[in-house]
Design a protein around this ligand. Structure first.
Ligand code: KG4
Ligand code: ZN
Length: 359
């Protein structure tokens, strides 16, 4: 199967987005690299449902996935022109266990019905490989990219990973408490901004004239020797600062905008400092970014400036491939399928693993 075109249908349900994508993969030949064509990439967001609680409720999210999956599948197939599918990829973990099971069971039903194999996917690896959906990747060869440092920042994860090659990962550090995206979400909630907090904080921060001296938040663990992160102290600092303001100040747009800009900058400072330190220590050629927080334009701009100063490649997916989507699962399915030695027909024993680690 490796020499012919592969059409992959991928399912993502690890958190609060129901995503199904169909992509066509033309394997690499002597003359060219692998080429990917996205035939459809449907994401049904549950943001409105979870917004009223200020966060994601796993059992509610699971129910929504159950409701959404058949409709999302229909749309994805229709938009793709109902092609013949060769392979099903599905997120195995990490993520919210009830949500993962919903996607996996749906994949199994489909696999039986269409008599297709299933490839289980690590969600973090998929956030990294989302960069390979970009056409620019087709012009770069592996020698130009690796070794690399990957930084994955999402609602559930903050991880710094050394990559010697595609599929070769070593976790250098990760968050000890809240993820960076979670910190955006929780501090936005303190400030009375909407859910998800990242885009809300970014919007307020962009309006700020940023008299940064007026609010000064901690940059947790920035100078620690290791590559771990901690963002819960930042959230607490925001909470106390806010609580100590008179009502009139709390409600002023200037306070909210300045605070949003300082929260955003504190998170960016820590992420950039640790990533650059790891890049220098491991003498890498590239920095690879991924995850929902990378949708933040200010963060991307500052990473770009740092990478160009050090003459490093910077890979960052376009906004729509930063947050959870099926296309990133599909492309990861392609690379994992090629690596597989035994291509079992159905592989119906795939199980959800909420704490799945990159290896
Ligand atoms: O990768 P993702 O879609 O889901 C998980 O795997 O968790 O990431 C969602 C996270 C949320 O915490 C959200 O607030 C954050 O990404 N996010 C952002 C932005 N857009 C989404 N954070 C900062 N700035 C943004 N523009
Ligand atoms: Zn994610």
């Amino acid at each position: 199967m490796s020499k012919k075109n592969l059409t992959i249908l991928a399912i993502e349900t690890s958190c609060d987005d129901t995503g199904i994508s169909i992509i066509k993969c033309k394997p690499k030949s002597e003359k060219r690299k692998a080429v990917f064509e996205i035939l459809s990439n449907i994401v049904s967001s549950q943001v409105k449902i979870h917004a009223q609680y200020g966060g994601v409720y796993p059992l509610l999210a699971k129910r929504e996935h159950q409701k959404n999956l058949p409709t999302v599948l229909k749309k994805a197939l229709k938009q793709a022109g109902s092609p013949k599918i060769d392979l099903i990829a599905v997120t195995q973990g990490p993520g919210l266990e009830p949500c993962l099971w919903q996607g996996i069971n749906f994949a199994k039903e489909l696999a039986v019905k269409l008599d297709l194999p299933i490839v289980p996917i690590n969600h973090i690896e998929a956030h990294i490989l989302a960069n390979w959906l970009d056409k620019k990747q087709e012009t770069r060869n592996k020698k130009q990219i690796f070794p690399a440092i990957a930084l994955i920042v999402s609602g559930g994860h903050t991880q710094l990973i050394l990559m010697k090659d595609l599929g070769k990962y070593k976790i250098l550090g990760e968050t000890r408490d809240d993820a960076a995206g979670e910190c955006f979400d929780k501090t936005a909630r303190v400030l009375g901004l909407g859910y998800p907090g990242g885009p809300a904080i970014e919007a307020e921060a962009s309006k700020s004239d940023r008299d940064s001296s007026s609010i000064s938040l901690p940059r947790p663990m920035i100078y620690h020797k290791n590559y771990d992160f901690s963002f819960s102290g930042l959230k607490t600092a925001v909470l106390y600062h806010y609580k100590n303001q008179p009502e009139k100040i709390k409600k002023s747009s200037k306070y909210i905008q300045t605070m949003a800009a300082e929260i955003q900058q504190a998170i960016i400072d820590v992420l950039i400092f640790k990533t650059i330190k790891a890049a220098k220590e491991h003498k890498v050629k590239s920095i690879i970014l991924g995850g929902g927080v990378i949708a933040n334009n200010e963060l991307k701009k500052q990473f770009k400036a740092q990478a160009s100063k050090l003459k490093l490649n910077l890979l960052a997916p376009p906004r729509k491939f930063c947050t959870d989507n099926g296309a990133m699962i599909a492309i990861t399915g392609y690379y994992n399928w090629l690596k597989r030695k035994k291509r079992k027909k159905n592989n119906l024993n795939v199980e959800a693993n909420a704490n799945l680690r990159l290896k």
